[in-house]
Design a protein around this ligand. Structure first.
Ligand code: SAM
Length: 247
């Protein structure tokens, strides 16, 4: 399949309302809505941001604004970018509920419509796996940074245990990916990737001082959450936050 076809198929998937509702329920109202976990994530992200002095941030593939909300809470002038209009509609609604001033724009994050050296911080969580050109995209994001700016890449190492995999990856209720969608997924180069691979891509893009943020606090809070919500699956993956600086 051509990259434009892949993009169209994924955009359709990410725009499906059941997929959006599931993400909001699982992450905004679920994991990130559980106060001890939200605090632990906030500490990890504050630590990442502390490597620079960010005033202007953009969160790529922001979905319902999961990570953009944290940058805005820290006082950064924040943009959330996504190519799904329905994700953005829920992101706007949630930001309004939380009284957070975030600008959401509809854009393809592989080709974001900004000039080089526009931001102090570029972030992305759980997005590179769904892009046809993740390496090119990381290099593009790095150029959006001003010198000294930070790229913060957040993700989850997949469990290797098949039982854990079943709990970790639950398709949105009400949405059944078509055969074409499944075939398209096979063509994604970062469908399965590790933080080690990301480090290599970040280095190749020219980022320096690449650091892994300690995630013990998030993991401990996930244990608490799982006691209350045994089916939540938050202990199945291993979270990581990588931060690199543009020289
Ligand atoms: C797994 S969700 C992650 C959402 C959010 N970052 C979070 O942590 O909850 C992936 C998001 O990336 C967006 N996305 C995927 N490919 C994209 C592209 N090429 N341009 C813009 N957004 C994209 C999807 O619409 C979706 O909102």
């Amino acid at each position: 399949m051509k990259p434009e076809q892949l993009k169209r198929i994924f955009r359709e998937g990410w725009t499906n309302q059941s997929v959006v509702d599931h993400r909001v329920a699982r992450f905004i109202r679920g994991e990130f809505g559980f106060e001890p976990l939200r605090r632990a994530w906030k500490e990890a992200l504050e630590k990442a941001a502390s490597y620079g002095n960010a005033k202007q941030a953009i969160d790529m593939g922001t979905g319902p604004g999961t990570i953009a909300q944290f940058w805005a809470e820290m006082g950064m002038d924040t943009i959330g970018a996504d190519f799904s209009s329905t994700m953005l509609a829920s992101a706007r609604q949630i930001a309004a509920e939380k009284k957070l001033d975030i600008t959401f724009i509809e854009a393809d994050v592989e080709t974001p419509p900004f000039a080089d050296e526009t931001f102090d911080l570029v972030s992305s969580r759980a997005v590179l796996f769904t892009l046809p050109h993740p390496g090119y995209t990381v290099a593009r994001w790095m150029r959006l940074l001003r010198p000294g700016g930070l790229l913060v890449l957040i993700g989850e190492l997949s469990p290797t245990d098949p039982e854990k995999q079943k709990k970790a990856f639950r398709p949105a209720p009400g949405w059944k990916p078509s055969d074409v969608y499944r075939e398209a997924m096979q063509q994604l180069p970062f469908r399965e990737h590790s933080d080690k691979m990301l480090r290599v891509v970040m280095e190749a893009a020219g980022l320096q001082e690449i650091t892994s943020i300690a995630m013990e606090g998030v993991v401990a809070a996930r244990h608490e959450y799982e006691k209350l919500e045994p089916a939540c699956g938050v202990l199945q993956g291993t979270p990581y936050v990588l931060v690199g600086r543009r020289p």
